[in-house]
Design a protein around this ligand. Sequence first.
Ligand SMILES: Nc1ncnc2c1ncn2[C@@H]1O[C@H](COP(=O)(O)OP(=O)(O)OP(=O)(O)O)[C@@H](O)[C@H]1O
Ligand SMILES: [Mg+2]
Length: 263
Amino acid sequence: MIEINGLTKIYKLSAKKKKELKTNKNVKIAVNDLSLVAEDGQITVLLGPNGAGKTTTLRNVSTLLTPTKGYIKVNGHDTVKEAQKVRDSICFLTNEIKLDEHFTVDYLFTFFGRIKNLDDATIEKRKKELFETFDMSDFKDKRIEELSTGMKQKASIVVNLVNDPEVVIFDEPTSGLDIVTARSVLDYLKKLRNEGKTVIVSTHIMSEAEKLADKVAMIIGGRKVIEGTIPEILAKTQTADLEDAFFKLYMENNCSEKGDKDE
Ligand SMILES: Nc1ncnc2c1ncn2[C@@H]1O[C@H](COP(=O)(O)OP(=O)(O)OP(=O)(O)O)[C@@H](O)[C@H]1O
Ligand SMILES: [Mg+2]
């Protein structure tokens, strides 16, 4: 279980970032007082537009970043005070994490399994299962530098899942993937959910949220604007589908610099 309690993350802005964000302010409130629980045996989807704060939230959950305010617990362990315990139980996947180009998928899989202290028999068993699931037999012996974007993404996914983590944190799981591969990733996330794992993913793709989510948290401008099952969200917003609900909430909440004004 993941419990996010009043998470606020404020970035200090470099001169370059200020230019990029077209602001004179010295800080950016990327996530603003966000609370959310992701239950075991459920897929929780963070849904929001570009710059909403999804990646920032997941980086805090995965211990890469420290909250400015608030705290997060993963299976009861605080992500700051007990970071290593949290790291032991999670996998964190983002398309910004790159594998070393020089090695083969097979070799890297074994390498990461050993980093996680798995014995070779367990590593081989996991390898067989995951390479089959993601249809990777054809390119498992190729070096990362020889792979297409989608193949690289698959390689990153399986390497991260080597130790069968209890908590799966996935930032934009289908980014860069074709529809066949994307489907296999979404199916695998559902399988993990059905095994009782905690799965939290981010996306800006409504149809993906509709396919995956046991619970959706919509984030706009760093704030959670609504949370619930899809039927609950449609009922609350009196809309017919998630996209309509999103636009309604977007119009109501879209002061993208709102967080900054509050400061
Ligand atoms: N290192 C950083 N320094 C300063 N500002 C940052 C930094 N990282 C992100 N931001 C800003 O924080 C806000 C939230 O960014 P974040 O990457 O969490 O959004 P996102 O919801 O993941 O967006 P996307 O859908 O584009 O991936 C954005 O305005 C972004 O420009
Ligand atoms: Mg992101």
